[in-house]
Design a protein around this ligand. Structure first.
Ligand code: F0G
Length: 458
């Protein structure tokens, strides 16, 4: 008999989690203004809000913490981190920052001016926020395949090369760089193929532009290249990573995802001029150049995390769990962005709460229903997260409306996946009874989903 699959690690430390009653959850939700970001974490049973900073570190990472060098300047831990990044990405210049958006803030301060245009594939919300707050425009050139959630295609995170060329042709003088997000979080944790990254590179070269990879989940992207893209089956993940980054001039990194740490980030680049211009912003915004926003111990743990997470077994365990949840949802008929993404399942609320008008935010409504059902916290990646159009101030209803169930790394077991799937099935089975959604009673101008206040309409 063939042996079944099992995790590539065992558990050394555990943390209790607690259940609650529906009555309790209904009260807590009201207090939280129907925004799950406003809940206390101990009001949550299984937390799928994000895979960012919520993973479990390994024994080697905890051991590395003890070796952290906390020197203000020139810390040994910085050089360990810099050397690891150079080994995995080929980038020589490294600036640590406290998280991914801080890397964006430092680098974009140096590169973006008002009126600029930054094309890419579904810019993440903080990325878009850092572009729009500089009075520049983020132009989404994701492939149309990503919009059809039921279509099975291996690389739905790809950049549409024709759309990108069109932007380059008409606005070349306004484009400081192209940004490609690997994996494409907003489109459902969908990967970008090496073929596509190479095509972006070729186009960038044609127009004399530089390319940044928003690399929060680059290792998961490398895994998908290995298992889905012809020609890379026998490559190691580390070799695929080097091949990926050959196509970029630099990267911004939220280390809280594929760096396997709870906090941290960095900028890395092959260009001294980018490094020199970003340096000026790192010091006042983040800190001195050899720690940026990080402790020595955190840089030491990140160096180990990057090394561990660019190994096949680690990634196979992770993606296997996400696919396990997807298979359960298939059994129950719950629609999600197909195929399952790297870090999360993106449940397609528009195919479930068909009676709730889009003006009443179906995905946010489903997020609230799932929490009420079983204390499971997902995250709306939909019309609320999309913010308003910066010019017309209208809600943007042209994208997808998902509930993202992000799976923290090395944190939950497949039994927890069973609970998530069953809870979703229960909501799915009563989907036609849910006819009204939510209305916004207060919102911030940018990145409103963190603080928005809502009220139920029924
Ligand atoms: N880029 C991508 C693709 C991201 O997914 C995130 C964060 C960032 C940049 C910003 O990094 O949080 O370290 O400042 N994504 C988290 C999420 C918050 O839940 O998807 P950060």
């Amino acid at each position: 008999m063939e042996l079944p699959y099992a995790e590539s690690w065992k558990i050394k430390m555990v943390e209790p989690i607690v259940k609650s009653t529906r009555e309790q959850r209904e009260l807590w939700l009201k207090d939280a203004n129907y925004n799950v970001f406003q809940l206390r974490a101990d009001q949550v049973y299984i937390d799928c809000l994000t895979d960012s900073g919520t993973g479990a570190m390994s024994d080697r990472q905890w051991a590395a913490l003890m070796t952290g060098d906390e020197s203000y300047a020139g810390a040994r831990s910085f050089y360990e981190l810099k050397d690891t990044i150079a080994r995995i990405t080929g980038f020589e210049y490294v600036i640590p920052t406290h998280q991914g958006r801080a890397a964006e803030n430092v680098l974009f301060s140096a590169l973006i001016k008002p009126g600029d245009i930054i094309p890419g594939n579904s810019h993440f919300d903080t990325t878009k926020g850092h572009i729009e707050s500089r009075h520049a425009l983020a132009v989404d050139c994701t492939v149309d395949e990503a919009k059809d959630t039921q279509l099975e295609a291996p690389f739905k995170g790809n950049v549409d090369i024709k759309k990108l060329e069109n932007v380059l042709e008409h606005n070349s003088d306004k484009i400081p760089f192209i940004i490609v997000t690997i994996t494409n979080n907003t489109a459902g944790g969908q990967p970008v193929s090496l073929e596509n990254l190479k095509a972006v590179r070729a186009l960038a070269d044609k127009y004399g532009k530089r390319v940044i990879f928003d690399s929060a989940r680059f290792a998961e992207n490398a895994y998908f290249i290995k298992v889905r893209e012809k020609g890379y089956e026998d490559w190691t993940i580390k070799d695929i990573c080097l091949e990926i980054f050959k196509n970029a001039d630099g990267m911004t990194m939220s280390a809280k995802k594929d760096g396997l740490v709870n906090m941290g980030g960095f900028i890395a680049t092959r260009h001294e001029d980018w490094y020199e211009s970003a340096k000026k912003y790192c010091i006042p915004f983040e800190g001195y150049l050899t720690y940026g926003g990080m402790n020595g111990r955190d840089m030491a743990a990140l160096a180990v995390g990057l090394d561990e997470n660019t190994e096949y077994d680690m990634l196979h365990t992770r993606i296997h769990q996400v696919e396990y949840l997807a298979k359960k949802l298939d059994e129950y008929g719950v629609p999600y962005q197909r195929p399952a993404g790297g870090h999360a399942i993106f449940v397609d609320a528009s195919l479930i709460l068909t009676k709730v008008p889009k003006e009443e935010f179906p995905a946010q409504t489903l997020t609230v229903e799932l929490y009420k059902e079983a204390g499971i916290r997902g995250c709306e990646i939909g019309y609320i997260l999309a913010d308003r159009d910066p010019v017309t101030r209208e809600n943007r209803f042209d994208g997808l409306d998902f509930v993202r169930l992000a799976i923290p790394r090395r944190t939950y077991t497949d039994n927890h996946m069973n609970v998530i799937a069953a809870a979703l099935k229960n909501v799915y089975d009563r989907r036609n009874e849910i006819k009204r959604g939510l209305k916004i009673v207060w919102e911030a101008e940018l990145m409103r989903h963190f603080t928005v206040k809502l009220e139920p309409l029924a």
